[in-house]
Design a protein around this ligand. Structure first.
Ligand code: ADP
Ligand code: MG
Length: 250
């Protein structure tokens, strides 16, 4: 027992996950404190997406312990319990998957009203505030097909925020975008982080990760190879694999 002043909102301890015979996570330890921005970088196939998915119970480990916002996630056996968790943990994917037949506003209003049972009028007000935040106020009545990729991804971020999550996971949210729209999405995420939203980002945007992260985690082959400040990972690492990876992308 401790009289803990622990502010950890996410804690993974020795997490192992396999798909069939393929070991994807081989003993992951990760702690994220409330209000922190943590970037996860590393080569393709190293288990970054799987790690994120474990945090909101989209993937379940075979062993280890995962605690998110006070909930033991690795022991959630019922889908209904996992859905409860996902109400509190936002996730934004590379593919934004907006509903094409709904307006931007209705895309944002849908989950809070249907899943949380939130009041329609209050949620519309919140949705308009969030559209302002992601700089798309004028697009409330547009349909996703009328927007650029970057604009659609910003709607997807607003949609995640409309659930008032305790933390947000971002999985390579700019990787599918035209280069000219990447910046506008990063700008929105930067604002969120500055507002204090706890954020865990898998990203290939090295300069962005360097700028906004409290902690950077380098993963390779299912393991956390290194974690530290942006300076420690991007500039001071004596690990040749990290130097090569970071150097190759920045
Ligand atoms: P990253 O995001 O770092 O590229 P992933 O977590 O997506 O890595 O994948 C890590 C490994 O797990 C890859 O070899 C991938 O093929 C495998 N994998 C991921 N999801 C599944 C799944 N649902 N079934 C089987 N293998 C998977
Ligand atoms: Mg991935």
């Amino acid at each position: 027992m401790t009289t803990s002043t622990d502010t950890a909102i996410v804690k993974l301890e020795d997490v192992h996950l396999s798909f069939g015979n393929t070991q994807v996570l081989k003993g992951i330890d990760l702690t994220v404190n409330k209000g922190d921005a943590v970037s996860i970088i590393g080569p393709s196939g190293s288990g970054k997406s799987t790690l994120l998915r474990c945090i909101n119970a989209l993937a379940m480990p075979q062993s280890g312990r995962i605690t998110v916002a006070g909930t033991r996630v690795d022991t959630l056996t019922k889908e209904s319990e996992r859905i409860e968790l996902r109400k509190r943990v936002g996730i934004v994917f590379q593919q934004y998957n907006l509903f094409p037949h709904l307006t931007v506003l209705d895309n944002i209003v849908l989950a809070p009203t249907r899943i949380l049972g939130a009041d329609r009028t209050a949620t519309e007000k919140l949705a308009r505030e969030l559209l302002e935040k992601v700089r798309l106020s004028e697009k409330a009545d547009a349909y996703p097909g009328q927007l650029s990729g970057g604009q659609q991804q910003r709607v997807a971020i607003a949609r995640a925020l409309a659930m008032k999550p305790e933390l947000v996971l971002f999985d390579e949210v700019t990787s599918a975008l035209d280069p000219e729209t990447v910046g506008e999405v990063l700008w929105v995420i930067r604002d969120l982080i500055r507002d204090g939203m706890t954020s865990i980002l898998v990203t290939h945007e090295m300069r962005f990760a360097e700028e906004i992260s409290d902690t950077v985690v380098f993963t390779e082959n299912g393991r956390v190879v290194a974690h530290g400040s942006p300076k420690e990972i991007f500039h001071d690492s004596d690990n040749s694999r990290i130097r090569q990876f970071v150097g190759g992308l920045s």
